[in-house]
Design a protein around this ligand. Structure first.
Ligand code: ZN
Length: 291
């Protein structure tokens, strides 16, 4: 039995990859929470721990990420609560093809008939429903879903006057995709949403037998690349990455929207980069010891 460390933000949980994930995952991942309007046309429709974002446009809606397989029903219930019909959803986007962010995509695609857009690097994980490089870990698998359209780095997806830009930020997964798009606050000021895919090491092997060839170089390139991003509305697949709960409580207060947090994205990435360097050194040391 091999144990793998999963690093999600500040929280550290140890689980057996070969064992039943459902009983050992963070309970907040499957915990229902009320949907709410985050900023402009962006709505939170996920669970307490796993983000799903619904973006309303004049030509239909876009849904980004659908948590665990069993979370699909919770997301659909949240959509109904904010008056969104499943047939309103025209496009499905995803951050990356891990079971905790793409597990519910197959059901949402079947129920909405929306077009699923993905990077080329995530296609294999999504269409096989596996964790690439750990295909035998059944606890990490999820219902496979067919990709309808591939988006390249810098590629644009437009619907109803909203244009989403895909930024391939690999490492956490080979095709990890960070999405950005412009929003306005109540006062009409312009802001930029950045849904950062993640650069945590999670269940990844970095050394000496990497999860995929070039993974370490990919992480380093991603850390360098995103330093140039200017998104001041920082969001992510895990709600604790951007303190969703704390910011939600402040939404009713006067003043700027609490989800506008200049500097928050870069501070978060700096933390993930430090954690990556620590874990890489640990894995390299363990590899040398085992030899
Ligand atoms: Zn992941």
């Amino acid at each position: 039995m091999k144990f793998t460390q999963w690093l999600f933000g500040a929280g550290l949980a140890v689980l057996a990859v070969a064992g039943p994930v459902a009983s050992q995952q963070n309970p907040s991942w499957a915990q229902p929470t009320e949907p709410f309007n985050m900023i402009d046309n962006v709505w939170y429709v996920g669970t307490a721990g796993l983000s799903s974002f619904l973006i309303k446009t004049s030509a239909g809606d876009v849904l980004l990420d659908v948590g665990l397989p069993d979370n699909a029903a919770l997301v659909e219930a949240n959509l109904a609560k904010i008056g969104v019909k499943l047939s309103d959803i025209k496009i499905l986007l995803n951050s990356h093809g891990h079971f905790d962010h793409s597990g519910g995509l197959a059901k949402l695609k079947a129920d909405t008939h929306a077009r699923l857009v993905s990077s080329e690097g995530e296609r294999y994980a999504l269409e096989k429903g596996v964790y690439p490089g750990s295909e035998s870990s059944k606890g990490l698998s999820f219902p496979p879903v067919a990709v309808d359209q591939i988006v390249a780095d810098g590629g644009k997806i437009a619907l109803g006057g909203v244009t989403f830009t895909a930024h391939i930020t690999p490492g956490h997964t080979k095709g990890c995709t960070t999405w950005t798009w412009p929003v306005k606050d109540k006062d009409g000021s312009n802001h930029n949403v950045v849904v950062f895919c993640s650069a945590s090491v999670a269940a990844n092997r970095l050394a000496p037998n990497p999860q995929y060839l070039g993974i370490v170089e990919d992480y380093r390139a991603t850390f360098a690349k995103v330093k140039t991003f200017d998104g001041d509305v920082f969001l992510a697949p895990h709600s604790e990455f951007y303190d969703m709960a704390g910011k939600r409580e402040k939404l009713d207060r006067p003043g700027a929207n609490p989800f506008i947090a200049p500097g928050a994205f870069h501070a978060f990435v700096a933390g993930q980069e430090a954690a990556f360097n620590t874990t890489l050194a640990q894995q390299q040391q363990a590899g040398r010891t085992a030899r």
